[in-house]
Design a protein around this ligand. Structure first.
Ligand SMILES: [Zn+2]
Length: 310
């Protein structure tokens, strides 16, 4: 991209002092840009054409069709694209499960990448503002929460952990019976044993996988710690993601670079789930979840390098 990313910089003035300083002295450095692109971990994604974003960026801010606020690319309060970004030109990503995102009320909407998920997979993603969150009581045997706690398990451990949890719950509820007939109980709970807990079972049952829903918390680390103690989230299986470095340009000060933005966490979870739990070949099916993220990353990286920030 050779043009100056003025639109994004304008957007950024609201929330990023560093970028604000860099506006006004931007130049295109194509060779430098090319080198940088090679280094980015986002370069091999299978993304839909971003021509629509390039056009919108050149036009600058536009109105939200619903609340009429002036925004770049999308409205972060209505979760819809602005007028210069027709919905039909944005990719739609099909997900193997539903996603709930719990947002802390103090989280600045414009800074969050959670809305990317809602824009790109509108039928599968729901954003809740804490403390207005659902009660997961009845469905907790097929729901998990992304949180790196002392009891969290890896993605490839989801099937086994869910089954263990399920059995544990039953034996607590009906202790006598389970003590005397553990084998029978086991058989009644799941039509199989650990050894055949594989993709074939879920497909035959008409389900896509062992999880119907995954919950993410979209907030700073300190706010997350508070939300995680909410009684409605107790008893949910907690999942810890593999360590990966963030590409987020607003990553939290004082936090390690393995602290992912919400859209990165969602993306990496889905890739691992697809490969390690659904046991299917990953062919870029969820890459378009990074449609906005990769575009904005590239603009900001280019802008920063042009002014010698990096
Ligand atoms: Zn709006």
């Amino acid at each position: 991209m050779s043009s100056t990313p003025s639109g994004v910089l304008k957007e950024d003035e609201e929330s990023n002092q560093g970028m604000k300083r860099s506006s006004g002295c931007l130049k295109g450095h194509d060779s430098q840009t090319a080198t940088l692109l090679k280094e980015t971990p986002l370069e091999n994604l299978r993304l839909a054409s971003q021509a629509v974003l390039e056009r919108a960026q050149k036009q600058g801010r536009s109105s939200c069709p619903r609340c009429k606020s002036s925004r770049m690319f999308y409205c972060y309060t209505c979760y819809i694209p602005v007028e210069t970004v027709p919905t039909g030109e944005i990719p739609v990503v099909k997900l193997p499960l539903k996603i709930d995102i719990i947002k802390h009320p103090n989280e600045t909407d414009g800074k969050s990448t959670a809305v990317h998920a809602k824009l790109l997979a509108p039928d599968s993603v729901t954003i809740y503002t804490y403390p207005c969150i659902p009660d997961y009581e009845d469905t907790r045997h097929e729901i998990a929460l992304i949180f790196p706690g002392p009891n969290s398990v890896a993605v490839n451990d989801i099937p086994r952990s869910l089954q263990k949890k399920c059995q544990g719950q039953v034996s607590c509820d009906e202790e006598d019976e389970s003590l005397t007939e553990p084998a029978l109980k086991n058989a009644r709970l799941e039509p199989g044993t650990d050894s055949n807990l594989d993709a074939a079972d879920w497909h035959s049952g008409g389900k896509t996988g062992p999880l119907s829903k995954i919950v993410f918390i979209d907030s700073t680390w300190n706010q997350t710690k508070k939300i995680i103690t909410d009684e409605r989230l107790q008893g949910l299986l907690q999942i810890e993601l593999k360590s990966r470095k963030t590409c987020f340009w607003r990553h939290q000060k004082g936090k390690p670079d393995t602290y992912l933005s919400t859209i990165e966490a969602i993306y990496y979870f889905l890739v691992d789930y697809h490969k390690e739990v659904l046991k299917e070949k990953y062919d870029g099916q969820y890459d378009n979840l990074l449609f906005f993220f990769a575009f904005m990353y590239r603009l900001i990286k280019t802008a920063k390098s042009s002014v010698g920030k990096e």
